[in-house]
Design a protein around this ligand. Structure first.
Ligand code: 5GP
Length: 210
């Protein structure tokens, strides 16, 4: 199998983080790329599991050292994908699931063009607003920032290969899982296809000529 990166993006409150978590529980062929961020941990978030929480200074140093496959400023904080995380998961023979914003997705797919890109859409504006408000982890200013960012992120939907509407969590997880299954058998990704077909052709030719 040729493992590949799977990028999930959506406006904040779109539900991609929950989808990613569910996928990782259900499939053993997936691993998660733990991102770095300069934002403060939320209640319940664990260092090295949800994020690597870095100071601005440390983040900038790692960026200058070329440690990130992509990085972007989102809602006033820095976020970045470590090359080492991608290598760790792909090296273990697993597809690497990434929960990153649209700017990061664009940078990352330039470096890893074989990535699968999936945009998660909320089922309605009301649901999106409700999910954003329910977080209660943000100040009013941060909520406003996220609303503006959500507007911009929605415009980026055309850059993605797949779109999944998150109207029902189980259904959305099932759809993303089906996309991964289809990608595994997409012609360009099948390992040793030429050899397999050549072996079949050779055998048939022997049969025809005998
Ligand atoms: P949150 O602060 O709610 O965890 O994430 C805010 C936004 O940052 C989300 O849209 C999330 O997808 C994005 N994000 C998380 N990690 C990364 C990353 O490594 N790179 C980029 N570009 N965005 C990220």
């Amino acid at each position: 199998m040729n493992p590949f990166p799977i990028i999930l993006s959506s406006p904040s409150g779109g539900g991609k983080t929950t989808i990613a978590r569910e996928l990782l529980l259900r499939r053993t062929d997936l691993g998660y790329s733990v991102s770095c961020t300069t934002r403060a941990p939320r209640v319940g978030e664990v260092e090295g599991k949800d994020y690597y929480f870095l100071s601005r200074g440390d983040f900038e140093r790692r960026r200058a050292a070329g440690d990130f496959a992509e990085s972007a400023e989102v809602h006033g904080n820095m976020y970045g994908t470590l090359r080492s995380e991608i290598g760790r998961v792909l090296g273990a023979g697993k597809h690497v699931v990434m929960d990153i914003d649209v700017q990061g997705a664009q940078q990352f797919t330039r470096a890893f063009p074989k990535s699968v890109t999936i945009f998660v859409l909320p089922p309605s504006a009301d649901v999106l607003l409700e999910r954003l408000r329910q977080r209660r982890t943000e100040s009013k200013e941060q909520l406003a920032l996220r609303l503006h960012a959500a507007l911009q992120e929605l415009q980026a939907v055309d850059l993605y290969q797949y779109v999944v509407v998150n109207d029902d969590l189980a259904k959305a997880v099932h759809r993303v899982s089906a996309i991964i299954d289809a990608e595994v058998v997409s012609r360009e990704r099948v390992a040793g296809l030429r050899q397999q077909v050549s072996a079949l052709v050779e055998r048939l030719e022997v049969e025809i000529h005998s």
